[in-house]
Design a binder for this molecule. Structure first.
Ligand code: FPP
Length: 246
């Protein structure tokens, strides 16, 4: 059966990998690589906004990234603060609603303050829903959801048998959004790296050899064309999907 053409993804998740290698190839510091990565961040936000894609979730700093040298961690935190300061008005003008997901109390107070201000400023915007994952890990997300539900059952507000997939998903960082239907990972590696472990259950996975700072409009086009060529069956058969659509 030929692949049915699909519309655009509703929600794109991105693992932005390759900044360090991009910098090393040019004899630059890793921090310069992260700075260069900002250009690709702007481009993907702009392209997704223009295409009216509902949501974009960017993996900017993982739970595991705390293990990097203190100097790199420090400069990444400063870069996030500077990026929020510099970009927030432009994002607001584009009607983007910004939200950060992750263990925010582990971030610097300065960054937490900027995040809260950016979320407050753009909360009501009707455009692209942009999630920036900072100090985020898929296992952390699942554990914090389980803890919330455990508290509810311990208090008697809910019975354990009442925990369903929907109720569980409601407690996750991406609650209220459609699950990502396309994951893009740049930098040539083919791993999920503890990103949205629950949410990516049915996502199409697209791996780009481009290093993140080099990721440009034609690379995104290619990822979207890949998505458009997939037949999404969600565990059913292609025939069932065709009958359901007829
Ligand atoms: C992974 O590349 C990238 C990161 C850990 C940082 C991502 C951050 C940015 C793109 C900067 C700005 C982002 C926002 C949303 C403001 P790597 O360092 O692991 O690269 P390598 O695998 O080549 O070493």
């Amino acid at each position: 059966m030929s692949a049915a053409p699909q519309a655009l993804p509703r929600h794109i998740a991105v693992i932005m990998d390759g900044n360090g290698r991009w910098a090393a190839a040019r004899g630059l510091t890793r921090t310069s690589g992260h700075k260069a990565g900002l250009k690709a961040v702007r481009l993907v936000i702009e392209e997704c906004s223009q295409r009216r894609i509902e949501a974009l979730t960017l993996f900017a700093f993982s739970s595991e990234n705390w293990r990097r040298p203190a100097e790199e961690v420090g400069s990444l935190m400063s870069l996030f603060v500077e990026a929020l300061d510099r970009e927030i008005e432009e994002l607001h003008r584009k009607a983007v609603a910004v939200r950060c997901i992750g263990e925010r109390r582990s971030l610097t107070v300065r960054l937490q303050t900027r995040i809260a201000a950016a979320e407050e400023r753009t909360r009501a915007n009707p455009g692209l829903k942009l999630q920036v994952a900072l100090s985020y890990g898929g296992r952390w997300d699942i554990i914090q959801a389980a803890q919330k539900l455990a508290r509810e059952t311990a208090s008697g507000a809910m019975r354990a048998e009442e925990i369903t997939e929907e109720r569980f998903a409601d407690q996750l960082a991406l609650s209220g959004l459609p699950a990502p239907d396309l994951l893009i990972r740049t930098g040539g590696e083919q791993r999920i790296s503890n990103f949205l472990l629950w949410d990516l259950a049915y996502a199409e996975l697209y791996f780009s050899p481009a290093l993140w700072p080099d990721f440009a409009a034609p690379d995104l086009e290619e990822a979207l064309a890949f998505f458009a060529g997939r037949e999404r069956r969600f565990g059913g058969t292609g025939v069932q999907r065709a009958v359901a659509k007829a």
